[in-house]
Write a protein that binds this ligand. Structure first.
Ligand code: PDD
Length: 293
């Protein structure tokens, strides 16, 4: 169905199956590009300003200007999501440093960024699957030291996920110098003695939009929380472990490296947070706001 849909390619809307990237696009040759994934519930983009703010931070970090203003981004999202009226979907956008005649690591003086985007239908949430929870493994974090930039250079993340899949797990949690950072495509929370903890912002992890929302929901609901470093030992002894992302929402981890987390079922605080998160999505679908959106 989505292959019939239109994609945005540098100002044009073209059939997705026919959309092309030039051979010398620096995003393709060097991974010289950044991206965002924005859920749209009932066709309404979720926390869109947070995503566009993070896009601006990623672009600034790679010394690239944003080729579109907010109104142009919003108009594009409206056009892409209108193809699936009222449906839950995820908007993918990528800004590359553009295509130039010669392959050269040196950034050209006159830069013309390229923008690619499309929207995909989001698989329906299956409450019974969410209530079963997921299995994760831990792996050494072999990524670079600017994981706060949402860059498309994701080979280490892809290989970590492949390792998880090979071991029958859903996701890999990445560990650097004994400290737990995040998942291969998700942020991490633990619950320890009633306290919800996530690692603090740093160059070693992505400042997730879903993670921010979970912290806001915790604050507004009187759930005690902290941003603090999490050691491997604290992870192993956690009462609950959650992973968050725009596509994963809030997932409960029930096994860690083959051993049960807590009693091996999603915990009570996860059930509370999941309900708050689902209510937030529903408000957006019904035309309301989700927290500070
Ligand atoms: N990834 N950490 C990493 C490494 C991620 O790739 C992601 C999301 C997150 C969660 O961020 P957010 O809550 O803003 O989605 C954390 C997206 C979904 C992806 O690459 O498809």
């Amino acid at each position: 169905m989505t292959t019939e849909a239109l994609a945005y390619v540098n100002g044009d809307y073209v059939p997705r199956a026919a959309a092309c990237v030039p051979l010398t696009d620096r995003g393709l040759l060097f991974g010289d590009s950044v991206y965002e994934v924005i859920p749209a519930y009932g066709g309404r983009p979720f926390r869109v300003d947070h995503h566009l703010d993070r896009l601006d931070r990623s672009l600034a970090a790679i010394r690239l200007h944003n080729p579109l203003d907010r109104a142009a981004w919003q108009a594009m999202f409206a056009r892409l999501t209108a193809q699936f009226p009222g449906a839950d979907q995820s908007i993918y956008l990528q800004v590359t440093r553009g295509a130039y005649p010669v392959r050269n690591h040196v950034i050209p003086e006159a830069v013309a960024p390229a923008v690619y985007a499309f929207s995909d239908l989001m698989p329906q949430r299956r409450p019974e699957a969410a209530a079963r929870g997921i299995a994760v493994i831990t792996l050494d974090d072999i990524r670079w030291h600017r994981c706060d930039i949402k860059a498309t250079t994701l080979l280490a993340n892809v290989l970590a996920r492949a390792q998880a899949t090979a071991e029958g797990a859903d996701e890999a949690i990445l560990v650097r110098d004994g400290q737990v950072m995040e998942g291969s495509a998700s942020n991490l929370f633990i619950v320890s003695n009633g306290l919800l903890i996530t690692p603090p912002d740093s160059p070693e992890l992505l400042p997730g939009i879903t993670r921010d929302l979970v912290l806001e929901l915790a604050r507004d609901s009187g759930i005690a929380y902290a941003q603090a470093a999490i050691s491997m030992a604290e992870l192993e002894n956690a009462d609950e472990i959650w992973l968050t992302s725009s596509t994963r929402e809030v997932s409960a981890v029930v096994t860690l490296d083959g051993r049960p987390v807590g009693d091996g079922t999603p915990g009570v605080l996860w059930q509370r947070m999941d309900a708050l998160y689902q209510a937030c999505k529903q408000r957006l679908r019904e035309g309301g706001e989700c927290q500070d959106d």
